[in-house]
Design a protein around this ligand. Structure first.
Ligand code: ZN
Length: 390
């Protein structure tokens, strides 16, 4: 086994470079170009670097797909995947990173983009170390995903064959590298078109069917059953939220259309579906109960889709044991945890690549107080390098 050391100055320089580049979801071109340049400088052959066709399949003006760098191994072993997302949230627009002691923060009133440029820089550092120091390693795939912050879109579009069929996956998207995320919850997104009947609210309110009233009652219906906010039901847990309500044009008109958008989450895939079903039933039930003077009922057209399914990797699975052993060699004792939010790893696990998520020092994501813990970032780099080498 080779000792795990890295050139900390270079690892930090990569991070500072990458933090300074703007790259919101769907606009990752400049980040990808910087990664490609750094990979080439480290000795990656042009034929190892490619984009998949995710941009075309996602549409929505996506500039580039997922950037994939594939290395042949120097030893025979199952291929390993290292991945992390390139995009940052809009709050990070114009971020200027500055070093303050053990932290890197943003100079102005913006986010920093530590979520998830710490991962991008960490992967570049691993790639550079592997190629320039002649470290022995299994076949490796580095995948820099797009569109994570807007619903894990790049990861959803990934194809196993474009990744050259890795057997173990290590996603980097977190803070303290001592936390290893071996599970994450799943989420459904749903929307409802509530349809009523319009009428003059002063002259003939009885001719109308109020979509506003249906929506209000449906929300109360689900809440009264215990399915709003934090949900606890016979040992199952989850959450539900109504995030958007839009509708109506004038006070003198019975509202005939209201649009409602919400979500359901749970670590249990069946319970997640159950939550969504309760909401569907609540809207359909209440729509039927609101009628006008002629007995005309309201209508609720409910559509739901799986955002991502939950996953839970066995604590004794090879990918977990590998991460734990690697951490030990770097001097870190891992805590195995489950995430309360979706990760790119959700989709990669669903595609049959067991993938854990590690941290590389990002903190306070999606806030103006976001920062990098430098010591954790460097530990994250050493851990990732150990995972990628033998
Ligand atoms: Zn992230």
């Amino acid at each position: 086994m080779q000792p795990i050391r890295i050139d900390e100055k270079r690892a930090l320089a990569h991070l500072m470079d990458l933090l300074a580049i703007e790259g919101l979801s769907g606009s990752e071109t400049k980040v990808a170009a910087a990664v490609k340049k750094k990979a080439r400088a480290a000795g990656a052959r042009p034929g190892w670097i490619k984009f998949d066709d995710a941009a075309k399949r996602i549409g929505d003006g996506y500039q580039v797909g997922n950037l994939i760098v594939t290395l042949p191994g120097t030893i025979k072993a199952p291929r390993r995947l290292l991945m992390g997302h390139m995009d940052t949230v809009p709050l990070c627009r114009g971020a200027v990173p500055v070093r303050r002691g053990n932290r890197i923060v943003s100079q102005g009133n913006t986010g920093l983009g530590a979520d998830n440029r710490t991962a991008v820089a960490c992967m570049v550092t691993v790639l550079e170390n592997v190629l320039t120091r002649g470290l022995d390693h299994p076949p490796l795939t580095f995948c820099f995903t797009v569109g994570e912050e807007v619903g894990l879109r790049g990861a959803l579009a990934l194809r196993k064959k474009d990744l050259s069929n890795p057997k173990l996956g290590f996603n980097i998207d977190g803070g303290d590298p001592r936390d290893l995320w071996i599970g994450a919850l799943g989420a459904d997104r749903w929307e409802v078109d509530v349809r009523g009947v319009s009428a003059h609210a002063g002259v003939h309110p009885d001719h109308g069917v109020s979509a506003a009233l249906i929506a209000a009652r449906a929300i109360e219906d689900a809440a009264a059953r215990g399915y709003f906010g934090k949900i606890r039901m016979k040992g199952k847990t989850g959450t539900a939220n109504v995030g958007v309500i839009r509708g109506g044009e004038a006070t003198n008109q019975v509202t005939d259309r209201v649009y409602v958008k919400g979500e359901s989450r749970s670590h249990d895939v069946r319970f997640k579906a159950r939550i969504t079903d309760v909401w569907r039933a609540a809207f359909e039930r209440q729509a039927k109960r609101v009628k006008n003077n002629k007995g005309v009922q309201g209508r609720a057209v409910f559509r739901s889709e799986t955002d991502y399914d939950p996953f839970q990797i066995d604590r004794r699975a090879p990918v977990v044991l590998e991460a734990v052993a690697a951490a030990k060699q770097v001097g870190l004792k891992l805590r195995l945890r489950s995430a309360e939010g979706g990760l790119d790893a959700n989709h990669v696990n669903a595609k049959g690549i067991p993938t854990v998520t590690m941290g590389a020092g990002q903190h306070g994501p999606h806030t103006v107080d976001e920062y990098v813990n430098v010591r954790e970032y460097l530990d994250g780099c050493r851990l990732a390098l150990r995972v990628a080498t033998v």
